[in-house]
Each structure stands twice: as structure tokens, then as C-alpha cells.
Write a protein that binds this ligand. Structure first.
Ligand SMILES: *[C@@H]1O[C@H](CO)[C@@H](O)[C@H](O)[C@H]1NC(C)=O
Ligand SMILES: *[C@@H]1O[C@H](CO)[C@@H](O)[C@H](O)[C@H]1NC(C)=O
Ligand SMILES: *[C@@H]1O[C@H](CO)[C@@H](O)[C@H](O)[C@H]1NC(C)=O
Ligand SMILES: *[C@@H]1O[C@H](CO)[C@@H](O)[C@H](O)[C@H]1NC(C)=O
Length: 239
């Protein structure tokens, strides 16, 4: 144990680190201001109410897309809800079931992370889910209107953003996480970061998230962006 500790120190791993400092411009949900933003009358928080019940930590460092999808799949819910042996006899979407699904793995093995297009195909082709696959090259006004419509109270859709953490002054690179609420007064979005071991849910300016999505993913050489997800029979009209 002691040897392991010294080896870790030599390797530069700091075990005492618990969460990274949030970027200075971001507002943590677990602050008075962050909670006030969520509970403002004008804030679109329907998606947050549905996702917060199911939102979970990514189980591997490459499962951000899968973890984001699981939160959405349990919230809709996407049928048929599978029974993971871990929770038998209860039916519940889990990252283990979704990430090892034969159709998913046939499109792309999520063990290696995924691009926006791969995640769109994995979700849209393998499950009764309607996916709007949005490249972040649209204007800020267009992106705002997509976010507003997808998160509005009368919609049944949820959003998963694919962005470069560097664009938000966060530690890391390409990432997926649900965007669960929109504050039209401050033009802020709430990111439910599935790397819960790094960041709590953060409010950031929509313009900054769009800039972080409007970046090239070296794996696809395409722009990152947004997935709008809906139940195929029950909200597809919204797309
Ligand atoms: C939010 O919670 C995390 C721990 O979960 C803590 O590190 C951080 O300081 C909290 N933020 C505020 C504003 O209280
Ligand atoms: C997603 O959109 C990109 C263009 O931004 C396109 O190249 C790709 O084929 C699309 N993928 C799916 C699965 O719709
Ligand atoms: C929700 O209502 C707004 C107007 O308030 C409308 O623009 C939008 O199309 C509606 N969305 C759905 C999914 O019905
Ligand atoms: C990130 O930090 C740089 C340098 O402090 C700053 O210029 C930039 O505006 C920050 N980005 C965001 C999204 O706030």
C-alpha cells in the first residue's frame, strides 16, 4: 500500500483532489445563484426535472456519450427498457447494457469514445429514438432557437451536447453531456456534466457552449454540436 502510494506520488497522481475548480465565469448549480437561476419563473427546466432523477456518473472515462444517453433513455423512457442482471428483476437502462448492445457495438465500440455522428447513429439506428444531429456551424441565433424549442415546456425532447472542454476553460478535451435547462434572461445553459468526479452541474453562457461545440473533432474531422433526442412515437413531431 505504502509502495503504491509512493509510486503514485512519483507518477504525479494527486489522490486528495476532489472535483476541479469550476471555471471562474461559470455558476455552480450548488450555489445560491445557481439554484435561483434554475427556479426562476422564466427558466426552461422541464428537461432538468426529468433528467436529474436519472443523471449518472460516466462509468469509464470514455463513456460520456453512453452515460448522457442513459439519462435520456430512462427519462423518456425508451422501450423496451432492459433488465441489467445487476438490478434484476427491475428494468432500467444502464451504461453496461447500452454500451454492450450488439447493434451499438456494431456501429462503433464506445470503449474508445465516440464522435457526434457515431453517437447519433448508435442511438438513432439501434433504438426507437428520433435523433436530430446538429452541427454547431449554425449561427448563434439558430442554435439558441434549437435549444429553446428542445427545452421548452411543451416539448418532450432532451439535449446532449458534444463540445471541447478547452472552449469552456475546463480540463480535458472532447466531451458529451446533457444540457438540461435554459435561462433566457441571462442566455445561460445548464450542463449536467456526466464526469461528476470533475465538475458539478454548471451554468455557462450559451454563446460559450456554442463556441465550444463549434470545434473540430479530430476523430471525425467534423464539427462537434448537439443531439436533440425524442421518443420515436411520442415527440418526433417536435423534430
Ligand atoms: C459545490 O459542491 C462541490 C462539492 O460537491 C464543492 O466543491 C463546491 O465548492 C460547491 N460549490 C458551492 C458554490 O458551494
Ligand atoms: C451527423 O451530421 C454530420 C454532419 O454534421 C454528418 O456528416 C453525419 O453523417 C450525421 N450522422 C448521422 C448519424 O446522422
Ligand atoms: C411550443 O410552443 C412554442 C410557442 O410558445 C412554439 O413555438 C413551439 O413550436 C411549441 N413546440 C412544440 C413542440 O409544440
Ligand atoms: C477562458 O480564459 C481566457 C483567459 O483567461 C479568457 O480570455 C476566456 O474568455 C475564457 N473563456 C470563457 C469561455 O470564459
Amino acid at each position: 500500500m505504502l509502495l503504491f502510494f509512493f509510486a503514485a506520488v512519483v507518477a504525479g497522481i494527486r489522490y486528495e483532489e476532489f472535483l476541479l475548480p469550476a471555471p471562474s465565469y461559470a455558476v455552480e448549480l450548488n450555489s445560491t445563484e445557481g439554484w435561483n437561476l434554475l427556479t426562476r419563473q422564466t427558466t426552461l427546466s422541464r428537461s432538468y426535472q426529468a433528467l436529474s432523477i436519472h443523471f449518472e456518473t460516466q462509468v469509464t472515462e470514455s463513456y460520456c456519450g453512453i452515460a448522457s444517453a442513459v439519462a435520456v433513455f430512462n427519462s423518456l423512457p425508451v422501450p423496451p427498457v432492459p433488465v441489467d442482471p445487476t438490478y434484476s428483476p427491475y428494468a432500467y437502462w444502464t451504461q453496461s447494457v447500452l454500451g454492450s448492445d450488439a447493434c451499438v457495438v456494431g456501429i462503433h465500440d464506445p470503449t474508445y469514445g465516440s464522435t457526434r455522428s457515431q453517437l447519433a447513429a448508435m442511438l438513432g439506428d439501434c433504438f426507437p429514438v428520433k435523433v436530430l444531429n446538429v452541427s454547431a456551424t449554425d449561427s448563434l441565433a439558430d442554435m439558441r432557437s434549437i435549444v429553446f424549442d428542445a427545452l421548452s415546456d411543451n416539448a418532450t425532447t432532451h439535449l446532449v451536447a458534444n463540445f471541447d472542454r478547452q472552449g469552456l476553460n475546463e480540463t480535458g478535451g472532447g466531451h458529451f453531456s446533457p444540457v438540461a435547462a435554459y435561462d433566457p434572461v441571462g442566455d445561460l445553459v445548464l450542463i449536467l456534466d456526466v464526469a461528476k468526479y470533475k465538475y458539478p452541474p454548471l451554468w455557462v453562457p450559451l454563446a460559450d457552449l456554442v463556441a465550444a461545440m463549434d470545434t473540430v473533432d479530430p476523430d471525425s474531422r467534423a464539427m462537434r454540436g448537439l443531439l436533440v433526442l425524442a421518443h420515436k412515437d411520442n415527440g418526433a413531431a417536435a423534430l
